[in-house]
Design a protein around this ligand. Sequence first.
Ligand code: ADP
Ligand code: MG
Length: 273
Amino acid sequence: MLEICQVTKYFQHQVLAPVDLQVEQGEFIAFLGPSGCGKSTLLNIIAGLEQPTSGEVRLDGQVLTAPGPERGMVFQEPGLFPWLNVLENVAFPLRRQGLTEAVARERALELLKLVHLSRYAHSWPHELSGGMKQRVAIARALALNPRILLMDEPFAALDEQTRMAMHVELQDIWQQTGKTIIFVTHNIREAVRLADRILVFATRPGRIKAEFKVQAPHPRLEGDGLLLQLENQILRELREEMEKVLKEELGDDYHLKKSGFPWHPDRDLGSYI
Ligand SMILES: Nc1ncnc2c1ncn2[C@@H]1O[C@H](COP(=O)(O)OP(=O)(O)O)[C@@H](O)[C@H]1O
Ligand SMILES: [Mg+2]
């Protein structure tokens, strides 16, 4: 359905080496890699917010060059309009498309039900917790019934408990709607919990280094043995990339080999990349 063909991007430096990727309808894909490896850049190119330097992105064979209603986007910051209540925030894209207020409200209410926020339809954004705001942002991104949901570290700013609750919620939304989801994260555990296919990025320049399939059925439970095994496998793949990033950030003071691998089994693996 979605094809990324030989996409590169240069800013001052080459940020993306040629990237090729094919995404099937209904897939849940994660882009995983250390910060600065070009995950957001690639997602923004798919969204039509950035143009590739070369190569192209096609949806059903049509080249994409601008944002469109078939792609919904959720960012790390919920970005709700503070002067609109929850229902009006979700209805906003529908109203802008020219739907009548009654139709827009009805559709917005359906979406609020999907994200379990019906009771908060008339609340204001500042009255909601971080997780609730992000659920409103997801409902708003789904308003125009996009085929693809693009999510850029949407839960990175949430506390651990809320993030785990959002993982349950998002799996549920994905199963109910059958949307294609591309989810950017630097957290291995999150990628393994959610995605069916994980693309591990290498850095400088950003490119896809490895692909992992996660066969476990949804909904997946936190701490599942099979998932933990996969986390470790992916961590080994990322070790080299992490070393590169840490060396650059910490300079010559940093000797990963001497200090050993900076990983403890009780800690969240994701927080190291
Ligand atoms: N608009 C921009 N102008 C210049 N450099 C950019 C811009 N956007 C991203 N970059 C650079 O591209 C690289 C990849 O960034 P990004 O895609 O945000 O990485 P990630 O999302 O994996 O952390 C970084 O080095 C970043 O500084
Ligand atoms: Mg990013």
